[in-house]
Design a protein around this ligand. Structure first.
Ligand code: PEP
Length: 251
């Protein structure tokens, strides 16, 4: 079993062309110069994908979208299909981020449908799960995350085409984080659910990232945990120094 650490940046709805391409160029340059033993991924907004792809050329930094529709094409104003992401050079797509589950009422069933479409287009997915503060306070964290994993991953998810990101909703962008023990407990529980649904081999090989206020000052603690295989980083991925310092703390 070997799970390579993944350092993934979710840029959300940030950066205009110059800022985004400069950020991508800085990351690419540094990744080329230094020998990090991890995978890198950046997920800019749709408007930046083309230029960021160019800025990353020749580096080992992968490109991802932040969402996709489940249909290949058609009458879906404002949406983007998995095929379109693949066509522009994406390798990954983030699905089921809590901001989409909240802002766009995305359900786990919809996330699974999108994931299936993403695999059919040759994309890999990062499927996000996580509890709200209320659910945590009610002691439902593991139940909620387990249910989301069971229902958001479609039957054809594999360790090669899927990464899970555990992101407590209350930790995203707030500076608050769970304890390392809490994170390890949830990741171990998620791995158990994956084992029940897909078998032990898949569970042992599937990467599970932690996301929620990861920064250079706390990354080592989280990324050294046995069931944590990398980070999905929001705010700190918008500064190349911070994004790379997080990688440096473990890779
Ligand atoms: C995220 O958006 O996935 C995230 C984890 O954000 P932040 O790192 O800013 O908490």
């Amino acid at each position: 079993m070997s799970r390579k650490i993944m350092i993934a940046g979710n840029w959300k709805m940030n950066c205009l062309q110059k800022e985004g391409t400069d950020l991508a160029k800085n990351i690419a340059l540094n990744v080329k110069k230094n020998k990090y033993n991890c995978d890198f991924l950046v997920c800019p907004p749709f408007t930046l994908l083309s230029n960021v792809k160019k800025a990353l050329r020749g580096s080992k930094v992968s490109l991802g979208g932040q969402n996709a529709h489940f249909a290949e094409k058609g009458a879906h104003t404002g949406d983007v299909s998995p095929q379109m992401l693949k066509d522009i050079g994406c390798e990954y797509v983030i699905l089921g981020h809590s901001e989409r589950r909240t802002d766009h009422k995305e359900t786990s069933a919809l996330v699974a449908k999108k994931a299936e479409a993403a695999y059919n287009s040759g994309l890999k997915t990062i499927i996000c799960v996580g509890e709200t503060l209320e659910q945590r306070e009610q002691g439902k964290t593991i139940d909620i995350c387990s249910k989301q994993v069971k229902t958001s991953l479609p039957k054809n998810a594999t360790a090669a085409n899927t990464i899970i990101a555990y992101e407590p909703v209350w930790a995203i962008g707030t500076g608050k984080t769970p304890t390392a023990k809490d994170v390890e407990d949830v990741h171990a529980a998620i791995r158990q659910v994956v084992a029940q649904k897909f078998g032990t081999k898949t569970a042992n090989n599937m990467r599970i990232l932690y996301g929620g206020s990861v920064k250079p000052s706390n990354s080592k603690e989280f990324l050294s945990l046995p069931d944590v295989d990398g980070a999905l980083i929001g705010g700190a991925s918008l500064k190349s120094e911070d994004f790379l310092a997080i990688a440096k703390s473990v890779c």
